[in-house]
Design a protein around this ligand. Structure first.
Ligand code: PLP
Length: 455
């Protein structure tokens, strides 16, 4: 076979891709018909494709490239670490400097007494760890029957069998089964499900479903509640202000461990270091990944409280991945955190570019097809509707309008994602005001073109 490189014609690369590569969340038919876009390099918020087009990545990859693309310091950190110690594990009484340094750094950054980290290579693995952590915790406390974990419909917690069971994506459950002792309550999505309620009443009502579920299942059987501070893959759903305080009250009252899945919200995405700070909650466990290394290396983890660590520490935790605390991934994550801190990227987002992005993004609600533009920090969503007053969805036979708009964005060299008829953004946190203007201009144009196709 000839050498496959960036210099090959796009069509040849696409043909080889569809012949041999199984893509996540894509259909073979689409790949065959349209061919996957081949991304060849990237800098800042800009992707370059194999046709030489510059594409504004308003999704930071998969919500992860918080510091932007092309930071050579991270490549150098990986190179240095690979030369010194490319791999060693942390099983059976060994450790190494990068994992020690990263765990200590995360303990310093994480709020409250979240001072102990178990590492994984992804958010899915970290949430699998959480299932085992909370069950071990309750076993050690003499309550092995506390096993049930409560989550929400339309939550995303990963793609492994356990983490997808924890998540509330029905399509995923239908395809690969569902592990026992998981229970789902409804999401706080006021736009789609709030009916005539005010957002505040609706937020309270949805939070109180947690209490009802605990009472139905039995307090003595419920181990934990898990949720994303702001639902990401479900469509960037920012809960009403009444939601999280009520959830916290219920977790405290029934002594249910609270797991904040910060895989998207962590490391600045909501305008603070962690979404838990933005939402004013005190989790016992936090799931982290994505922004931890800005996606430059696969790394995730669970940060747990002093109390959880003390209980787990009383036994041998029979759990671990070959790449838990991988030295190269840890070195890259440390360099990423250094850049985020020293360049005040989170502060700039909170005080300067964030408010600008939010104002511009909210102006998209003036588009005739946009009912609501919700944004917090640098994660936002547009609810597309044929009727702003009733918040009605588009009819099924119209096709997914979100998909059509997403296709128009892609053609206009803007990566936005759609979840049904919600259009979402999550750009690199380093996006500039001039780039925000381009994002908004291309989004508006794509909405116009999408609307022209709605029958
Ligand atoms: N949790 C949340 C909130 C996520 O958004 C994701 C991925 O998008 C995951 C977990 C799974 O992370 P990974 O894809 O790294 O396994």
């Amino acid at each position: 076979m000839s050498t496959i490189s960036n210099h090959m014609p796009t069509a040849e690369l696409q043909a080889l891709d569809v012949a041999h590569h199984i893509h996540p969340f894509s259909t073979q038919e689409d790949l065959q018909k349209k061919g996957a876009r081949v991304i060849t390099s990237a800098k800042g918020v800009w992707l370059k494709d194999s046709e030489g087009e510059d594409v504004l990545d308003a999704m930071a990859g998969l919500w992860c490239v918080n510091i932007g693309y092309g930071r050579e310091e991270l490549a150098e950190a990986a190179f240095r670490q690979m030369k010194e110690l490319p791999y060693y594990n942390t099983f059976f009484m060994t450790t190494h400097v990068p994992v020690i340094a990263l765990a200590a750094k995360l303990a310093e950054m994480a709020p409250g007494d979240l001072n102990h980290v178990f590492f994984a290579s992804s958010g899915s693995e970290a949430n699998d760890t959480n299932i085992r952590l909370v069950r071990t915790y309750w076993q050690e406390k003499g309550k092995p029957e506390k096993k049930v974990i409560i989550s929400r419909w339309n939550a995303y917690h990963g793609s492994s069998v356990a983490s997808s069971s924890l998540g509330g994506m029905k399509g995923m459950h239908a395809q690969s089964g569902y592990i026992p002792d998981m229970h789902h309550i409804d999401q706080p999505n006021w736009w789609s499900e709030g009916g005539e309620s005010t957002p505040e009443d609706f937020g309270l009502e949805r939070a109180q479903q947690l209490e009802q579920a605990i009472l139905e299942i039995g307090e003595d059987k419920v181990a934990a509640f898990i949720a994303e501070p702001v639902q990401g893959a479900g469509g960037v759903i920012i809960p009403p202000s009444t939601y999280w305080p009520e959830i916290q009250r219920i977790c405290d009252k029934y002594e249910i461990l609270l797991i904040a899945d910060e895989v998207i919200c962590g490391f600045g995405r909501t305008g603070n270091w962690f979404g838990s700070q933005t939402m004013g909650i005190k989790p016992d466990i936090m799931t982290i990944a994505k922004g931890l290394s800005s996606g430059y290396q696969p790394i995730g983890g669970s940060i747990v409280s002093d109390e959880v660590a003390a209980v787990i520490g009383a036994t041998e935790f029979n759990h671990g991945y070959t790449y838990s605390g991988h030295p190269v991934a840890c070195a890259v994550a440390l360099e990423n955190l250094r850049i985020l801190e020293e360049e005040k990227i989170v502060d700039t987002l909170r005080d300067d570019t964030g408010p600008y992005l939010q104002e511009k993004f909210r102006s998209l609600a003036e588009h005739p097809m946009v009912g609501e533009a919700q944004i917090i920090g640098a994660m936002g969503s547009l609810a597309l509707t044929p009727n702003k007053a009733t918040r009605a969805p588009f009819k099924a036979e119209t096709g997914t309008v979100g998909y059509m708009v997403r296709e128009r964005c892609f053609a206009n060299n803007l990566v936005m994602r759609h979840v049904g008829d919600r259009m979402i953004i999550s750009p690199p946190l380093v996006i500039t005001k001039a780039e925000i203007d381009i994002l908004i201009e291309r989004a508006w144009k794509s909405l116009d073109e999408g609307m022209a196709n709605v029958k």
